[in-house]
Design a protein around this ligand. Sequence first.
Ligand code: NAD
Length: 481
Amino acid sequence: MQPVASHFVNGAYLEDAGGARMPVIFPATGEEIALVHAATDAVIEAALNAAFEAQKDWADWMPVERGRVLRRAADLIRARNRELSALETLDTGKPLQETLVADATSAADALEYFGGLAATLTGEHVPLGGDWAYTMRVPLGVCVGIGAWNYPTQIAAWKGAPALACGNTMVFKPSEQTPLCALKIAEILLEAGAPPGVFNVVQGAGAVGETLVEDPRTAKVSLTGSAPTGKKVYASAAAQMKHATMELGGKSPLIIFDDADVDSAVSAAINANFYASGQVCSNGTRVFVQSGIRDVFLERLAARTANATIGDPRDEATNFGPMVSEDQLSIVCSYIEKGVSEGARLICGGNRIERPGYFIEPTIFADVTDDMTIAREEIFGPVMAVLDFATEAEVIARANDTDLGLSGAVFTADLTRGHRVVHAIDAGSVWINQYNLTPVEVPFGGMKGSGVGRENAKAAIEHYSQIKTVYVGMSPVEAAF
Ligand code: NAD
């Protein structure tokens, strides 16, 4: 597991053991599986310099050839899916059953999609009587990507693919909890033909991220992280008028009406709270259930949750793994204590599991009310809050009563109600009778405190390029005097 070196800069692994030690811990055992070092100032300088020097030439490539590099990288990732998934499992603790289908594959989709778009990014011709103008879609320059720990491979590709397709270069800083996977993306992009310096990876915690964002060579920052970090990074980018995409947290509503298919709604609630042990930003952690099906819903939910196969995430039979770290486990435990002390009814789980690593049971609270801490704050762990509701108008108002707005969903058999309710939910991604599917073809991102900008789909191009207007005068210039 030990990478060749901590960083990947200018087309090669780079080490500087002077940087702070960052042990890499396998969350399912608590064992140290690798050691990397945080980037020193010299490493940060080398990475930014490499990205800056490589950018103009990369932007001058034929777009179709830039796209071909990305598509080749996608093919290499697919061919190595098992190996990359196993690494993702070691980095994050997520079950191999999940990582085999959700991580490297999603990275490959992004590279393939934006590889295909690269040659389509054109401007337009604007007739102006005799004069005319044209627009060009031009890259921003050096983009800094900063990742969270829940999807280290996917986040590197969701940021890197559109950035590179548009002719930018990138310095990517993974989360300090999960430093391994992005290095593989850098290796593969080089192997696929990306010139040295086009995609660089440097390790470190928040301070390294801050230095990258503040450097004048950085034109854009894209952060995936928590809302408090997002506010800091967005402010820092704004101070130098830099472009910014902020993919932040959520406290999303999953609304289940009486007429919903109960088993499907139960499946959605399980996926929306327990996939990746609940460490998913778009999770539907406030599950509003209409009173008519509440009892049957809770009964089936509890029965099915008891069937989770909890264990070593490297075993493909396991479908529920550990939290990423001891710290995250403690945070989740403290929220569970608050749930109990504030009067929510624990119907499932609630305990740390007695085994090595950072395991906690999938946990469900019923009788949750809107004012409880577990209904207001993002927990980022496997803790589901079930709230009762009576009417459509009531549930819409309650669902929107949050500063966050990443996602949301409605389960109903009534087609018109489904559309009416999702239209009323203030969130960037909403589903009808589905949850948490985020294919590359559709935009993803938050409203309100959940962020700005969009990843994926054609929408991401807007956030990794800018429009330049060229006005062409066809007649002599006249002046007043
Ligand atoms: P975090 O905010 O603690 O850290 C995110 C990243 O920001 C890390 O790489 C960290 O080192 C870096 N960072 C911290 N302070 C910084 C600073 N001042 N300047 C620059 N970089 C800094 O988040 P986390 O705990 O790693 O991840 C969990 C959070 O991420 C949750 O809130 C979750 O909802 C969110 N998330 C959002 C999405 C999305 O797409 N919307 C996806 C995954 C996770």
